[in-house]
Design a protein around this ligand. Structure first.
Ligand code: ASP
Ligand code: MG
Length: 422
């Protein structure tokens, strides 16, 4: 049995006719190299944004079912066109919608979760010596029989799910960046392309601002142990491998600095009694508001009240304040629509005390005030003033010696070991 590879092409990699032909050539080359190829494509360029805008031109509150019918067309266009290109290159190809490809989801329109990949039709086409093109970002609910979409960036998840179902050796994600970097190269010119990142690190990075891979795709890859190779569709250089930690061997202490912009809500003067936080976050969850960082202080004396702050995605700030107002908890609500969050991620942190101290010291040295802090075993995140984000990212990148010319030691596995500075 030839090996199967899943190749996913993002929107910028299929934007123009030339881009589609470039993707088709890459797919054909893999096929001619002896692999069975399933390609998952995104919608071309800004197509999805345009479709969303078209819906809102027609209706202020587009029906979600119809929104999914509309948005799912973008990736179908890419697949049909690419199948035509491959055909002209002398190979047999078939395009499939998510539903035809057997991508079964729950019925939550615009943010559906994949429940199952019934890959029979894909397998049959591969056996027939065809290249299969699967429309990303969509599926079908077997409960409602309706077309669903997986949330923005969802083609990554389609690709990983298809790779898991077919037992593919690797899921290649072709995009307009060369891989996963030690920081955003737009902020840090000497940011380094990482050769290896563990699933856990990538999860923390995707949830703290790294835009390369959809968070859910990384979750899925970790659960099913699907190796991801994130690379540029515009050249042949290897990109970044995302894989299980056992395979990544010794980990550097710090792998990357990520950043994001969020909004903050502070509820001041909360009664210090059981049940208050449950009501606040219950209401937010019911409104589908994803809460990121949460901070609450226990009042120092019994008659004092508590303050509770949390951050949400900027888009969710309005829903958050709307659902909290009628609860009447707290004396007043303050919001800051624009705060920055800078995070430092690295699996090696687990065994290196002193990383947090160095992060805080670095901020202190640069006169950057920390407003909120949260940690996981492999991540430290700080909320700071939005306009200090670029300085903070650069300062941490430098303090932890993550830059390209700061590489002290690089063994053949590509594992980089900066000096431990604690
Ligand atoms: N076309 C969808 C989006 O723009 C899905 C994707 O590109 O992964 O979000
Ligand atoms: Mg995309």
């Amino acid at each position: 049995m030839p090996e199967t590879v899943v190749m996913k092409f993002g929107g910028t990699s299929v934007a123009s006719a030339e881009d589609i032909q470039r993707a088709a050539r890459r797919i054909v080359a893999a096929r001619e190299g002896g692999q069975q190829v399933v390609a998952v494509l995104s919608a071309r360029g800004k197509t999805t944004d345009d479709l969303v805008a078209a819906a809102f031109e027609i209706s202020a509150r587009p029906l979600e079912r119809e929104m999914d019918m509309l948005l799912s067309t973008g990736e179908r266009i890419s697949c049909a066109l690419c199948a035509m290109a491959i055909h002209d290159m002398g190979h047999s190809a078939i395009s499939l919608t998510g539903s035809q490809a057997g991508i079964v989801t729950d019925s939550s329109h615009t943010k559906a979760r994949i429940l199952d990949v019934r890959g029979d039709r894909i397998r049959a086409a591969l056996t027939d010596d065809r290249i299969v093109l699967v429309a990303g970002f969509q599926g079908v609910s077997t409960q409602s029989h309706d077309v669903t979409t997986l949330g923005r960036g969802g083609s990554d998840t389609t690709a990983v799910a298809v790779a898991a179902a077919l037992g593919a050796g690797v899921c290649e994600i072709y995009t307009d960046v060369a891989g996963v970097f030690s920081a955003d190269p737009r902020l840090v010119p000497n940011a380094r392309k990482l050769k290896l990142v563990s699933f856990d690190e990538m999860l923390e990075m995707s949830s703290s601002g790294a835009g390369v891979l959809q968070l859910r795709a990384v979750e899925y890859a970790r659960n099913y142990n699907v190796r991801i190779h994130c690379r540029s569709s515009f050249d042949d250089a290897p990109g970044t491998l995302v894989l299980g930690e056992d395979e990544t061997m010794e980990r550097p202490m710090v792998t990357a600095i990520t950043h994001a912009h969020e909004a903050r809500v502070t509820l001041a003067g909360l009664r210090d009694e059981p049940g208050v936080a449950g009501r606040v976050f219950g209401a937010l969850a019911d409104a589908n508001v994803n809460v990121d960082m949460i901070i609450q202080n226990e009042p120092v004396s019994a008659d004092q009240r508590a303050d509770l702050s949390f951050t949400v995605a900027s888009d969710d700030l309005r829903s958050a304040t709307e659902v909290l107002a009628p609860l009447g908890v707290g004396e007043r609500t303050e919001t800051d629509p624009h705060v920055g969050k800078v995070s430092i991620v690295g699996a090696g942190m687990r065994s290196h005390p002193g990383v947090a101290a160095q992060v805080f010291r670095t901020f202190g040295d640069h006169e950057i005030n920390i407003e909120m802090i949260s940690t996981s075993p492999i991540k430290i995140s700080c909320v700071i003033a939005a306009e200090r984000v670029p300085d903070a990212v650069r300062a941490l990148h430098e303090a932890f010696e993550l830059g390209a010319e700061a590489v002290l030691e690089e063994d053949p596995s590509g594992v980089h070991r900066p000096r431990v500075a604690s």
